[in-house]
Design a protein. Structure first.
Length: 334
């Protein structure tokens, strides 16, 4: 005979329940503790299988009025389980929701939320051009992230504004100064349990690099402006982990198109225009942990592999950036 046991503390384990029902012939293998499929927390009730119906009825009689941690237990045959609170109002609620839908239009399953995050991303990797390879210092790149969630849909915009220039000295390219702007927008759709997602978006890089020393034309430096963009496709996964959640994404941009403009410091030299074509793999794993009602810390790691070539018959390498980025950040609800 299967018994329903309600009113249990959410911290109750099979061992705790087994101590109560062991005298009636039930072991831990005869106990089922349901969990919420979304939060993985115990629901506060259990099912206990007792083979002997007489012992099962005795258990019901013994535990009538039994109190655990200040709450009375409900022990009865599973077929006689009390209805969920509010079930008798189901038809009234359905009618009310239908009327609200007709009156107000669209009803949302979840409350829409918006939050913002700032992360620091030091880059450990290399930059390679057609004639040189350098290893930049791990400067923590700040990225601003805005996220809006409504029902199963999620919109994320990540960007790096042109806040400063990064300078470097190289044996082949001489003294350079680079300013980079990044924009990445993604629309995601989650499954009903918010475990898996698919997404599509756009990635844009806008870069300007000034070469103070002569590189291509003797006696003059130059500035290269490059803008390249393309669609990316993403899959994601989220799972509860260590009092927080673990988030993983992998995105691939198969075709990114753009143009590189080269303007020389000597105005008598004609500018150059070079079309480019690129692809990119971007993967990330982050642990999200709530530290307050509205705030979360973000810790993780990201891997990026970006390769662009000039759109010419031999496809000469323009840029290859490959690196691992530790991620440290904070997110707050707006």
């Amino acid at each position: 005979m299967r018994l329903f046991v309600g009113g249990l503390p959410r911290t109750a384990t099979k061992e705790d329940i087994g101590k109560l029902f062991r005298q009636f012939g039930a072991g831990e293998d005869d106990i089922v503790l349901p969990r919420d499929r979304r939060t993985r927390r115990r629901k506060g009730f259990a099912y206990v299988e007792i083979a002997d119906p007489e012992r099962a009825r005795a258990a019901i009689a013994v535990f009538e009025g039994f109190v655990v941690e200040g709450k009375p237990l409900t022990v009865c045959a599973a077929a006689d389980r009390p209805p969920k609170r509010g079930r008798k109002y189901a038809f009234t609620a359905i009618g009310f929701l239908a009327a609200a839908a007709l009156t107000c239009g669209v009803a949302q399953a979840d409350v829409a939320t918006t939050d913002a995050a700032l992360t620091l991303n030091p880059i450990f990797g290399s930059h390679q051009s057609f004639n040189d390879k350098t290893v930049p210092p791990p400067v923590p790149v700040p990225l601003l992230e805005i996220r809006h969630r409504s029902g199963p849909f999620e919109i994320i915009a990540t960007g790096l504004p042109p806040i400063a220039s990064a300078s470097s000295d190289d044996a082949i390219q001489g003294h350079t100064s680079t300013r980079l702007t990044i924009f990445d927008g993604t629309v995601r759709v989650w499954d009903p349990l918010r475990r898996f997602s698919v997404g599509i978006g756009e990635t844009l890089y806008n870069q300007g690099t000034h070469y103070a020393d002569a590189v291509e034309v003797a006696g003059t430096g130059d500035t290269q402006f490059s803008r390249i963009a393309g669609a990316h496709y993403e899959v994601g996964y989220r799972s509860p982990y260590q009092h927080g959640s673990l988030e993983a994404t992998i995105a691939y941009a198969p075709v990114m198109l753009g143009t590189q403009f080269t303007i020389y410091d000597n105005p008598t030299v004609m500018r150059r225009v070079d079309p480019e074509r690129a692809d990119q793999i971007d993967t990330a794993v982050r642990w999200v942990h709530a530290v307050s009602k509205h705030g979360e810390i973000l810790l993780g790691v990201r891997y990026i592999n970006y390769t662009s070539r000039y759109a010419e018959p031999n496809g000469t390498l323009a840029d290859r950036n490959c690196g691992v980025l530790p991620v440290f950040g904070y997110r707050t609800k707006l």
